[in-house]
Design a protein around this ligand. Structure first.
Ligand code: PRT
Ligand code: ZN
Length: 291
């Protein structure tokens, strides 16, 4: 059943770890909407899109059933719900890992050691598929929360849970053994809505915007002046600079060079540009890059 009132429906987490970054991403795409944690549905005033704010666990099913055409949800939840939703784009936030951890003093050291053990988890489907693929026979103890307490309560020998900084595991005397799944938030779609003649083009328009915002993340626009004969050296400093914008300046022999650089190498690049002869280096943030 595909929701039809002509508007696209996107399901997002109502209130949780993914909510703020999801809203920020959608606003960066130029979408105007009110967001309140109380409202189930918020319309966008400048795009044919309604946002449905629900529990993250329900998002895969909403998308699979066509109640929402799109969803933004962690890949860990997608994997666990094994719903028919197509991943369109990883979004670069909400990074975490589904990991098997064991008590610090446990004798369990490797994947093979897990044979014959009990593993407590709220991810029985994902863990089951992993153990099957790895040909490990272990008992999966399905838990509904506080997984990290299971070994101390002798409910399990190991646990399989989401880890991001690792501090919860450490605080509970656990050490990570191995990663079952790497995860981040992703944009997912109901497969039928991609080919639908009303929602398909709307999804494509939204995708172009999201890609452009993601493309610009972590990048800076760099402008500098330099003697024209320093250009070859400058191009060596910024290898990504295939065809820099070079504008002659009124001062004879001087040019302005513009380029895009990655934020994480920016300080290093700037020092080397100065050494190569560049001056008046200006760096500005980039909001979007449309390829
Ligand atoms: O109410 P609703 O069902 O919508 O939310 P929720 O409580 O089920 O989910 P929420 O908001 O906690 O997480 C939403 C999504 O964020 C998850 O599905 C993951 O995709 C992602 N994410 C990223 C995380 C974490 N990092 C994370 N650290 N989800 C959970 N955790 C928990 C983890 O379960 C453990 O208890 O944080 C603890 C470990 O954190 P560290 O930093 O101590 O390792
Ligand atoms: Zn949840």
């Amino acid at each position: 059943m595909l929701a039809t009132n002509g508007r696209l429906k996107l399901a997002l987490q109502r209130s949780g770890r993914l909510t703020d970054e999801t809203i920020q991403l959608l606003r960066s795409c130029g979408l105007a909407f009110e967001h309140s944690r109380q409202a189930l549905s918020s319309p966008c005033s400048n795009f044919d899109l309604d946002l449905l704010a629900i529990r993250d666990d329900d998002i895969p099913e909403y998308v699979q059933d066509g109640v929402a055409h799109l969803g933004i949800v962690g890949q860990n939840i997608l994997s666990e719900k094994s719903a028919r939703a197509r991943t369109l784009l990883p979004l670069g936030f909400g990074q975490c890992r589904l990991m098997i951890s064991v008590p610090q003093r446990s004798r369990l050291r490797s994947l093979r050691d897990l044979n014959g053990t009990r593993i407590g988890t709220t991810y029985p489907v994902t863990l089951g598929a992993f153990l099957k693929a790895q040909k490990v026979r272990a008992e999966i103890v399905k838990l509904s929360g506080s997984v990290e307490l299971a070994p101390a309560l002798n409910v399990a020998d190991a646990i399989c849970d989401i880890v991001s900084t690792g501090s919860t595991a450490r605080m509970n005397g656990l050490r990570p053994l191995l990663t079952v799944l790497e995860s981040q938030a992703a944009l997912v779609a109901n497969p039928k809505s991609l080919s639908d003649k009303r929602t398909g083009p709307l999804i494509e328009r939204l995708l172009i915007r999201i890609r452009a915002v993601l493309e610009a993340r972590g990048k800076r626009y760099l402008m500098m002046n330099a003697p024209a004969d320093a250009l070859p050296k400058i191009q060596k400093v910024i290898p990504s600079l295939k065809s820099p914008t070079v504008v002659p300046l009124a001062a004879t022999g001087m040019v302005a060079v513009h380029s895009v650089v990655a934020e994480d190498v920016f300080w290093d690049v700037m020092e080397r540009l100065k050494a190569a002869g560049a001056s008046d280096i200006v760096v500005v943030p980039i909001e979007t890059i449309v390829r």
